[in-house]
Design a protein around this ligand. Structure first.
Ligand code: GAF
Length: 390
């Protein structure tokens, strides 16, 4: 799951020859709660995962990018090198996964930073399409490496904005800023309480082991993509609801004003979206209050409520995610919910440490009974954010 700087540098040397100028890691994330709130300028509460995008970089002086991914190596044959002229990099070129790296250089240059090309070697342990933010982790690793190598002087929230522009403007996925901020700003042993309006954040201690608890991720192995239409439709619906209510964003609808706001919306779809966002923001604040009070195990019911809201009001769950949640609860989990954008990907589960095996078995049995492929279940240990390794 983890790589050392020496391992990544050695792999870089095999492909490109010589040594990289440095090696960086940027993690994927799990989100404890706060889903589809980020583009509504609301609250989120992610943790960084031990799974990360590892990146070795060496600047080039010929205006070219050469990009290799360990995950693209086929049966012992070396991975293909994707090459691009910096001046030719634009949305759609290079296409596919390499765009997540080249897009960062494109965005930095678009912002006026005179950055050069580079040899880039990527080795990511974040499951792709699992709703753990694999693509954002890559973008954050490149952004941090370029910032440090070329003294760009950007702070972490500014780097997160760079990565978000890559996703929105280069890749074409209209995502918010949850994943980029999680990868760049989370710290080991904490969840990060983030206000996505001004990107202010607070690290909330999350001593799961001390409390005899564990967080699990259930990867349904159902792939999701944010570039397809459903995510964008939800986002557009939220913006339409905010406009109809005369507020800058749905975050500005207070919980005690929710019923009045709903009464002003004619479209049932906009009412459902609004109800999810407003109640989800409130759930994040309630979960943070419980964590601050050391009452970690009591957050379980709020996770379950969050899932129901995403399933019934926001309508971004799929049967496999519902089965993951139901299977976990049947196995004795304290709480569970789908996580991330939805339409596949993963669920997050809170369980007593001594119930972990039973919960995992129960989830797998529920999948087998439904005829689904066996999911991957692993522990989500709150880990360090993006950093230079060597
Ligand atoms: C995806 C997006 F990338 C995030 O910005 C966020 O909206 C999330 O879905 C839902 O909370 O991970």
């Amino acid at each position: 799951m983890q790589r050392t700087a020496a391992e990544v540098a050695a792999a870089f040397g095999e492909v490109f020859g010589g040594e990289p100028a440095g090696v960086w890691a940027a993690p994927g994330r799990a989100n404890v709660i706060g889903e589809h709130t980020d583009y509504n300028e609301g609250f989120v509460l992610p943790v960084a995962l031990p799974h990360a995008a590892y990146l070795a970089v060496r600047p080039r002086e010929d205006g070219r990018l050469r990009i290799v991914s360990a995950q693209m190596a086929v049966d012992g044959a070396g991975a293909a090198v994707i090459e691009a002229d910096l001046d030719a990099v634009q949305p759609g070129s290079p296409a596919g996964w390499a765009g997540h790296l080249a897009g960062v250089v494109w965005q930095l240059r678009r912002e006026g930073h005179q950055v050069p090309g580079a040899d880039l070697y990527l080795d990511s342990t974040v499951p792709v399409g699992g709703g753990m933010s694999s693509s954002h982790a890559i973008e954050c690793a490149v952004a941090l490496a370029y910032d440090e190598l070329f003294d760009l002087g950007l702070d972490r929230p500014e780097l997160a904005r760079v990565a978000q522009h890559v996703e929105n403007d280069f890749i074409g996925a209209p995502t918010g800023i949850l994943d980029q901020m999680a990868s760049l700003c989370c710290t080991e042993g904490h969840a990060m309480f983030l206000d996505t309006r001004d990107l202010s954040s607070r690290q909330v201690p999350l001593d799961l082991v001390g409390e005899g608890l564990r967080l699990l991720v259930v990867d349904t192995l159902v792939k999701h993509s944010h570039a397809d239409g459903e995510y964008g439709k939800r986002r557009a619906g939220c913006e339409a609801a905010a406009a109809a209510l005369g507020v800058p964003a749905l975050r500005d609808v207070p919980l005690d004003g929710l019923e009045a706001a709903l009464a002003r919306l004619d479209d049932p779809e906009l009412r459902r979206l609004t109800r999810h966002v407003v109640t989800e923001d409130a759930r994040v604040e309630q979960v943070v209050a419980l964590l601050d009070a050391g009452r970690v195990r009591e957050i379980g019911p709020l996770l379950v409520e969050g899932h129901a809201s995403l399933r019934d009001d926001y309508r971004v769950s799929v049967p496999e995610l519902d089965t993951a949640v139901e299977g976990a609860l049947a196995g004795g989990a304290l709480g569970a919910r789908m996580m991330g954008g939805g339409f596949g990907g993963s669920a997050i589960v809170l369980a007593d440490a001594d119930a972990v095996e039973k919960v995992a078995e129960s989830v797998k049995a529920a999948f087998a009974a439904a005829g689904y492929r066996e999911p991957r279940v692993f522990e989500a240990v709150p880990s360090a954010g993006a950093r230079r390794l060597g």
